[in-house]
Ligand binder design. Structure first.
Ligand SMILES: [Zn+2]
Length: 115
């Protein structure tokens, strides 16, 4: 009886870990979207508005927004996503940081399987 109970408990815990891992992975992917968007937009602006590359940040503006404001917004989004991903991208079982790769199948620290 005890063994059966343990077996069921183990399975239930694992299902919860996998579910939580999938949730974290989804959030992790979503977090990279604004960062990639900023890089792409920055790249496009550089090509379409080459004069901005040589302009001083405090003397320039884009679409009526002062350059310094754009810098702060970009900085907040990038720093925010780095902090969020550092807190989010952790093993649901042992809370270890899971590293840069999002395509992982088990925790490198405790070995808990994620699928
Ligand atoms: Zn772990």
């Amino acid at each position: 009886m005890d063994e059966n109970f343990d077996g069921i408990q183990y399975k239930e815990v694992n299902t919860a870990v996998i579910k939580e891992f999938k949730k974290r992975k989804k959030r992790q992917v979503i977090t990279t979207i604004p960062v990639i968007a900023i890089i792409l937009i920055g790249f496009i602006i550089r090509i379409t508005h080459p004069e901005l590359s040589n302009a001083r940040i405090d003397e320039t503006s884009f679409l009526g927004i002062p350059g310094i404001v754009i810098c702060i917004i970009v900085g907040v989004i990038i720093i925010g996503s780095v902090i969020f991903s550092f807190l989010n991208w952790r093993c649901p079982a042992c809370k270890a940081y899971l590293g840069k790769n999002t395509d992982i199948k088990f925790c490198p620290k405790c070995g808990t399987k994620f699928e």
